[in-house]
Design a protein around this ligand. Structure first.
Ligand code: NAP
Length: 297
């Protein structure tokens, strides 16, 4: 068992992940920009750090679970950041969804400290994080992954080694490309059908009958019908991911025409409603145009 773990970023996902590590018996030092969220975990046995550097200094394995590339750069590379405290030989595991350039700059800084790095963004939302059932998409050296595996097993039900450093980040962007499109397609279908007088529940049930059936449609469809937009994954973070996906497409010279349209739909929705609500609230923008509300009849 790794003696000590540092955990930085106690938002919707990080809170559940850190709690599972504490409950598994690890000695966990936590840091969060909004200190009150870290102090909640103090009552469960965590030590609260005064800075990311302080949390990193107390970790043989250090996790970061932060919103976006600016947050990751600030918290890891910035003043009193993780790099300042990271021990030689430690493993930094960044679970945030970021772009390949951010992952590469973090890896470079980690290696300069003679420490090791894994990019390990996650699939699965708030519930999966709380239950320790995330899917991890990992980039990095297989030996480093092997060493971290007992700790990663606490927070996940499946670990996918995508390839060398940066591959986890890229795989996650490919994954969320599909998720964002699925929600956009479901939303358009529900708004069109409802406006035409169909039962939205019938649309969802029909989607579930054949080979295209996905628990995702059932889950997010129910949330829409119940008008429950409680945040599992925010609209603003899905828009962030679509922006990262588009930039990756530009860098790699691939055309992402459908993603471009989907990204702009999320941008409109973010502007029209609450960007902190769940990303299934993207449907509200389409409802506004159609002047119809998709709900349980
Ligand atoms: P969240 O609830 O918004 O939490 C974001 C975390 O980042 C908080 O700890 C926040 O601190 C911190 N943060 C943001 N900007 C910062 C800055 N400039 N400096 C320092 N700390 C900063 O987000 P989340 O849903 O947990 O998502 C975390 C990451 O996981 C994101 O990259 C997201 O794309 C990815 N992800 C999320 C889900 C999901 O379903 N939620 C699923 C898969 C992947 P404060 O508490 O002080 O705001």
């Amino acid at each position: 068992m790794a003696a000590q773990i540092g955990f930085i970023g106690l938002g919707i996902m990080g809170r559940g992940m850190a709690t599972n590590l504490i409950n598994a018996g690890y000695e966990v030092t936590v840091y969060n920009r909004t200190r009150a969220k870290a102090e909640e975990l103090q009552t469960m046995g965590a030590r609260v750090a005064d800075s990311p550097a302080d949390a990193a200094a107390h970790g043989d394995i250090v996790f970061t679970m932060l919103a976006d590339p600016p947050a990751v750069k600030q918290v890891i590379l910035g003043h009193q950041g993780v790099i300042e405290g990271l021990k030689s030989g430690a493993i930094l595991i960044d679970c945030s969804t970021v772009d390949p350039e951010t992952t590469a700059s973090v890896r470079k800084a980690v290696e300069a400290k003679k420490a090791r790095f894994l990019d390990a963004p996650v699939a699965g939302s708030k519930d999966a994080a709380a239950k320790g059932e995330l899917i991890l998409m990992v980039g990095g050296e297989p030996e480093t992954l092997e060493e971290a595996k007992p700790v990663l097993d606490v927070i996940s039900k499946k670990i996918i080694h995508a390839g060398p450093s940066g591959s986890g980040t890229m795989l996650k962007l490919c994954f969320n490309l599909v998720v964002s499109h699925m929600m956009a397609a479901l939303s358009e279908s529900l708004v069109l059908g409802t406006k035409a007088g169909l039962s939205p529940q019938t649309i969802i049930d029909t989607l579930m009958t054949g080979v295209i059936g996905s628990r995702f449609y059932e889950w997010k469809g129910s949330c829409v019908l119940d008008r429950d937009f409680t945040t599992n994954f925010s609209l603003k973070l899905m828009h962030k991911d679509l922006s990262l996906i588009s930039s990756a497409g530009y860098s790699l010279g691939t055309a992402l025409p459908v993603t471009a349209a989907v990204k702009e739909l999320y941008a409109v929705a973010k502007g029209l409603s609450n960007p902190d609500e769940d990303f299934c609230s993207v449907i509200k923008a389409l409802e506004q145009v159609a002047q119809v509300e998709v709900k349980r009849s």
